[in-house]
Design a protein around this ligand. Structure first.
Ligand SMILES: Nc1ncnc2c1ncn2[C@@H]1O[C@H](COP(=O)(O)OP(=O)(O)OP(=O)(O)O)[C@@H](O)[C@H]1O
Length: 603
């Protein structure tokens, strides 16, 4: 136990390392039982979480064996948090050398799926005896009804459809469907999947919710065991994780939700809209906003751009703009010239700063991006192809294969070990499958697999075996090898903005900032009331954004996430012609996103 002297020391230390940032300190020292923190990128969220944990521990609010539970939706974000906390927390609380702080004794950090699997491993037997072996189960992709039917575990077509429809309902947040099919879904899982040691990805969360629903003593135990719950990236929470979270929260639970509504770009896979304000009302939470941006503190232009994009999100019709952000925008005659400009910019940046990495971030795969790829190849620029699509079968099947090979290891005599040679062996088995027939996607995925396994051995060596296994399993089950793109050794990475969420590079180039590309037809252009002729005279500007508020905010969020991936500088480009899906050359205009109030460019 820490003495009150050391508590005072920690308070002083926290004030010092936070440079007296009032809002951060308010979050750390707040006594609010339910607190919601809006924290834009770079405003010290991670730093604040670590100090908050340190302060709670130092205040002796956690009698043994109670723990702080820290959760996030993304696997990689959870383990990044775990690494930061493991490295920084002992520095904050150097209790003494006799009883060094063991982070795992005080904090349980995980993604929702990892956490749910952990609980089912311990208490899932109350639902089904076989759940004791959940760590060895094969995971099943919920989305593909055909594949589910072909598993050969006695599912009817109807049942197979129910599993994939349920997955669709989770993505579409169809609460009525989820409620009315909840019990029959669980029945199918219990009768067909679990006896065959298989589990669909959604079922991991659903069974944990069911466990808490059916066995209130287990729920009460966990509510007492975790008196403090911190949730990071709260805006990405989906309907299942939200329900799991709610079961863990009692009146007494000290809750801190941290998130940024403008970084919610996964609406299309089920991130709940307006969750920050809904949660605020639901739990009557106190709200604090972190607003000092430390990431761009030495780059005035980036700081203004960040601020002005956020102002546009806060008040669509009358954003509060104090000063315009001047952006670097290149406008070329056609796509070929634009591709040349992109490669020249890359060569210039590498010459100036050979150590720094550059990401080319696009809204989506397209013929126009193909022209940039051709130019990168012509100029012999070694780049990483990261244009993955979540629904691409090649992308999904690669993860299934990795999971299968990893599960084979778990079932072997060495199953309780993770070492460099074991991971090398698994890598070789995966690689063997693609010998002689590697597409750009598989070649990239193999590089990512290597980078990921190296990370587990080097950067994440501090994790215990259970955590390492969970990290690996969740990465494969959730198809998220792409989250390791920033660790690729190549200087240049080509990715979608969605794939780049949570990652950072020194420089970011966003090409194809054009009408019908970003935003595209489904994004905003299809709802725009201006005719081509009007646009020709006045440029592409946003028309009555209030009437298309949801669509506008969605596009703005993707734009914001793209911009904030840059640590040092962002460059935009646009061309006056684009190639459409029928390979026809069409006239186009600079994206309306670059004409928002507060953004200014010289051509
Ligand atoms: N109060 C502070 N004083 C000085 N530096 C700070 C302060 N708060 C944060 N920083 C620094 O700013 C940078 C960003 O902080 P941090 O990583 O905690 O932000 P974040 O909000 O988690 O960012 P992101 O959401 O992009 O991960 C870090 O280098 C951090 O050390």
């Amino acid at each position: 136990m820490l003495s009150s002297v050391s508590k005072q020391n920690i308070i002083e230390r926290i004030k010092d390392v936070h440079n007296n940032d009032e809002n951060q300190l308010e979050v750390i020292f707040s006594n609010a039982n339910k607190l919601i923190v809006e924290a834009p990128a770079g405003c010290g969220k991670t730093k604040t979480i670590i100090s908050k944990i340190a302060y709670i521990i130092a205040s002796n609010e956690l009698p043994n064996p109670k723990k702080i539970l820290a959760l996030t939706f993304s696997v990689n974000a959870a383990y990044k948090m775990k690494k930061d906390v493991s490295e920084e927390l002992p520095k904050m609380i150097d209790v003494d050398n006799v009883h060094p702080l063991k982070v795992n004794d005080k904090v349980y950090i995980s993604n929702y799926h990892g956490f749910a699997r952990h609980i089912l491993n311990l208490y899932g037997y109350l639902i089904h005896e076989n759940l004791r072996n959940i760590n060895f189960f094969d995971s099943v992709d919920d989305s593909d009804m055909e594949k589910i039917y072909q598993l050969g575990i006695g599912l009817s077509l109807e049942q197979s459809r129910e599993i994939s429809d349920f997955n669709q309902a989770v993505k579409e947040i169809n609460i009525d469907y989820i409620k009315s099919n909840f019990n029959s879904y669980i029945e199918i899982i219990n009768e067909t999947f679990i006896p065959n040691n298989m589990i669909p990805y959604n079922a991991i969360l659903i069974l944990a919710i069911e466990l808490f629903k059916k066995f209130s003593n287990v729920k009460k135990f966990y509510q007492g065991y975790f008196p403090v719950i911190i949730v990071d990236e709260f805006q990405d929470t989906n309907i299942l994780s939200w329900n799991l979270l709610k079961s863990l929260i009692s009146e007494k639970t000290n809750v801190i939700f941290m998130g940024d509504s403008l970084q919610r770009i996964y609406g299309f896979i089920g991130a709940i809209p307006n969750l920050i304000s809904s949660a605020e009302n639901y739990y009557k939470m106190e709200k604090i906003e972190l607003n000092k941006n430390y990431r761009f503190k030495d780059n005035a232009e980036m700081l203004i751009l960040d601020k002005n994009i956020r102002s546009n999100a806060e008040d669509i019709m009358h954003p509060n703009i104090e000063e315009n952000a001047r952006i670097n925008l290149s406008v070329t005659k056609n796509q070929q010239d634009e591709a040349k400009w992109v490669t020249e910019k890359i060569i210039e940046l590498i010459k100036k700063d050979p150590e720094h990495k550059i990401a080319i971030l696009v809204k989506q795969r397209s013929i126009n991006v193909g022209i940039i790829i051709a130019e990168l190849e012509k100029q012999n620029i070694d780049y990483f192809f990261g244009l993955f699509r979540d629904d691409d079968s090649e992308y999904i099947n690669f993860h299934r294969l990795c999971l299968q090979k990893f599960n084979e290891h778990l079932k072997s005599d060495e199953g309780n070990r993770i070492s460099k040679s074991i991971l090398n062996r698994i890598y070789n088995k995966v690689e063997e499958k693609f010998e002689g027939e590697q597409s750009a996607t598989t070649e990239s995925l193999l590089s990512l697999l290597k980078v990921f396994f190296d990370k587990i051995i080097i950067e994440y060596s501090f994790l215990d075996v259970e955590d390492k296994i969970s990290f690996i399993k969740d990465t494969f089950e959730n198809n998220v090898l792409k989250q390791h793109m920033e660790n690729i050794s190549k200087n240049v990475i080509l990715s979608t903005i969605h794939g780049a969420k949570g990652l950072e590079w020194s420089y970011v180039i966003m090409p194809d900032m054009e009408q019908f590309v970003f935003p595209n037809y489904y994004g905003l252009c299809g709802s725009c009331k201006y005719s081509y002729r009007e646009i020709y005279n006045m440029g592409c500007i946003l028309n009555e954004p209030k009437s298309i508020e949801d669509k506008f905010l969605e596009e703005l969020s993707v734009f914001y996430v793209g911009v904030t991936r840059a640590r040092k500088q962002i460059f935009f480009s646009s061309s006056q012609e684009r190639v459409n899906n029928n390979y026809e050359i069409k006239k186009t205009y600079i994206s309306c996103l670059l004409s928002l109030p507060g953004i200014e460019y010289n051509i």
